[in-house]
Ligand binder design. Structure first.
Ligand SMILES: C[S@@+](CC[C@H](N)C(=O)[O-])C[C@H]1O[C@@H](n2cnc3c(N)ncnc32)[C@H](O)[C@@H]1O
Length: 282
């Protein structure tokens, strides 16, 4: 991606604010005013039940807190495995020159960097996230890798992109944190062109023989690592809890089918610790 394509804007995208940095982070209307949250609806934040209206702010707190140490923590806590899970995802996406790819919940932009290198000047890769602290790290990493891709603050539940725009939409370890997964999936469907594909990489249900050891690691070791490396055990306790609350492989597949995707399938990795779900918009 060159400088020029990095500055392209699809015509119907409306910019609210541009932060004047070298490569601007574009900011869009982040709230869905057409579907106001009902005041008594609840959801989960880890193992706690919270008002739907509270979850977004609580998730934001987690990622503001961990942003600077996010990459090192990812490597340490997964023993580097997240790189292999992402490599598999990139191979399934098979980015080619000219493709338009939207990476949601892009965070520190691992996927966006890999895609941008493949789609070339004729393609577009948008790195987007709801959280500015995470996206600033992602934006800086894109620049450090010599890639000027558009970087946009955007809520996946309320995307600022036109219908039928992208060839591929990806979300890695982000769906779990969204308040309304169904709404986010419907938005992904909307912005995909017919024939376009969605990829959801997410923690899932590990094979039963590994469950005990995985629970011990998640609830006893992970928060301590978080305290030691990122000075924040609570965020890593949330990570462990949010994984347990996330739909398992078959349930997520059904949610994706309900959202309107066809040919939904998934690939388990590391004994189901993580799964990559894919679907097609017909
Ligand atoms: C665990 S990080 C994943 C980052 C990156 N995709 C990766 O795989 O390393 C989860 C990201 O989801 C983002 N997120 C949470 N809710 C979101 C939403 N509604 N819309 C967009 N991003 C969201 C968070 O801000 C955070 O950066």
């Amino acid at each position: 991606m060159g400088l020029i394509s990095g500055l392209l804007e699809p015509k119907s995208i409306k910019i609210d604010t541009i932060i004047t940095d070298f490569e601007p982070i574009r900011k869009y209307a982040m709230n869905d005013t057409t579907h106001p949250a009902s005041s008594d609806a609840t959801t989960h934040f880890g193992f706690n039940t919270v008002a739907e209206s509270e979850k977004e702010a609580k998730v934001a707190e987690v990622f503001h807190s961990v942003a600077k140490k996010y990459d090192i923590m990812n490597d340490v806590m997964s023993g580097g495995l997240h790189r292999i899970w992402k490599m598999f995802t990139i191979n399934r996406v098979a980015p080619r020159p000219g493709m338009k790819i939207l990476d949601l919940a892009s965070g520190t932009a691992d996927l966006a960097i890999a895609f941008a290198k493949k789609v070339g000047d004729s393609g577009q890769v948008w790195a987007t996230d709801i959280n500015e602290s995470m996206l600033r790290v992602g934006r800086d990493r894109l620049i450090d890798k010599g890639v000027l891709a558009p970087v946009a603050l955007a809520n996946a539940e309320h995307l600022p992109f036109p219908d039928n725009y992208f060839d591929v939409v990806t979300v890695a370890f982000g769906l779990r944190n969204m308040t309304h997964k169904d709404k986010a999936l419907k938005e992904m469907l909307r912005v995909l062109r017919p024939g376009g594909r969605v990829f959801v990489l997410e923690f899932s249900k590990v094979a039963p023989p590994l469950q005990k050891a995985y629970d011990f690691y998640s609830f006893n070791i992970l928060p301590k690592m978080g305290q030691f490396i990122a000075n924040d055990s609570a965020s890593y306790q949330y990570l462990a809890e949010s994984i347990r609350m996330h739909p398992d492989q078959e349930t997520l597949k059904a949610i994706m089918v309900d959202a309107g995707f066809d040919f939904v399938q998934y690939h388990n990795m590391t004994a189901g610790l993580v799964a990559l779900h894919e679907g097609v918009k017909l």
